[in-house]
Design a protein around this ligand. Sequence first.
Ligand SMILES: Cc1ncc(C[n+]2csc(CCOP(=O)(O)OP(=O)(O)O)c2C)c(N)n1
Ligand SMILES: [Mg+2]
Length: 578
Amino acid sequence: MATTVADVMVATLKASGVRRVYGIPGDSLNGFTDALRRDGTMAWEHVRHEEGAAFAAAAEAALTRQLAVCAGSCGPGNLHLINGLFDANRSGVPVLAIAAQIPTVEIGGQYFQETHPQDLFRECSVYCELVSIPDQLPRMLQMAMRAALARGGVAVLVVPGDVLLADAPKGAEAVPIRATASVIRPDDGSLRAAADVLNAAGTVTILAGAGCAGAHDQLIALAGTLQAPVVHAFGGKEFVEYDNPYDVGMTGLIGFGSGYRAMEHCDALVMLGTDFPYRPFLPEGVPVIQVDIRGERIGRRVPVRVPLVGTVRDTVDALLPLLTAKTDSRHLHRLTAHYRRARARLDKLAHDRRNDSPLHPQYVAASVDRLAADDAVFTFDVGTPSIWTARYVRMNGSRRLIGSFNHGSMANALPHAIGAQASHPGRQVIALSGDGGISMLLGELITLRQRHLPVKVVVFNNGALGFVELEMKAAGIVTYGTDLDNPDFAGMARAAGLFGVRVDKAGDLEDALREAFAHDGAALVEVATARYELSLPPKLTYGEIKGFGLYATRTILSGGGEELVELTKTNLRELEVE
Ligand SMILES: Cc1ncc(C[n+]2csc(CCOP(=O)(O)OP(=O)(O)O)c2C)c(N)n1
Ligand SMILES: [Mg+2]
């Protein structure tokens, strides 16, 4: 049988180290899936919604830093990938999406299922092109893969079904395309300028993000030399927080007061591999030095005195010899002490409330953290599970943390866990899901069973879109449209062939988690958690305080007084400590 274009694609992916493709088949994709079947060495990771395929690929790529692949059939099939592809692209991870297209001869005629993926996916990709004739492949595939790896993002290759099935061009070869390794640092003049600013500053603070991956030693050395407290953005948590005596916690909407204060009171700020977007949390009027591998990110949140384009690792290595070690550590000690106090209060909060019913999500997250493996991979939903993960799930250099950090999409935890588990079969993978989040891509529970993925899902069932309620309260808006009338999630999990258990009483949590974590297969622990949890941002603006007052007044006026009493009861202790 003649070799097809799709055979060459599969051979190229295989030669490049790709081991699996996430997706759902369809007529226009048949040439590709049939080539996978004939090859027989790559896994077809069959999901139930293409959005799940894209999230799964994003998680795999985040963990491995190698290319991960997803695929969808023409029209609605690949359109469903889009939200997960936005997530992958924003996270800067290398993903190839194969978007099958309607027959070449029909393009432009409003044919059945016709869309134009090369236009639709433009905004969520670093490369997005239509292959019109077989001769364009495999070169276009190579370019797409290279773009995804080199630019850190999504490449979309749009291929009509007939092109996939066509005979491969003569002489087509499976050229391996793999990630490269480079040393990238700014020139000497730029480093000198940065050193001059830092040597002249009395106090320095570091804000560290996801770009600190692989640069833990450099980060610690820089903080030590500058006696600088290290604040982190959420995306940097897994790379920054552990074994770090300079750590003062996270800043931002769900961070710590110490993180905010460390940046408020400094003479110079060093931003390392972070695109932290919330400008009100960044300091004004101090010189900023920003290090980023992508120069276009520099200065888009705050004016930057010295832009340094390079990896954090190589740039800090080159900068360190130019710095004069600081001897005054008062700034550092003040902020680390502040952080320790806040940390101890949060830990006490989780511990003190361990017997309350319904359970407090803080205690649930702290229990998961305590019982999880030392090298567990955690994924967490956007919504309040993000807050509990940020505050209670500890990193140690081996654990990994995957979230929708930049795109902020709901329902990411379960499909991210699918990609993490499929690519790391021996590792414990824990998804921390909201009840809103799990419902949104509920079908992916079935993927866990079908693909034998032993993911452990913990559902924080607070009967609400809790995070949105929080936002409404802060804005002085009466809670509306956030109720969730939920089914029995644990029962549904059991019906789908998973181990499933619901926890209503505090005393039952630990046993349920232990049993689920020890279970040889996928498991879901549904925990009934308190709905009215407040997690105040470290810096409450006047508007937010006023907003909360407005919310309280309006809630009482609109007959919701009971909700307010409930809220106050739940949070009294937290309000006292913040
Ligand atoms: C796809 C998508 N839709 C809507 C939102 C807005 N949003 C952010 S958090 C949230 C609520 C999440 O609810 P749930 O999963 O139950 O978590 P909770 O906050 O209640 O813990 C919503 C609707 C979003 N971020 N993404
Ligand atoms: Mg909820």
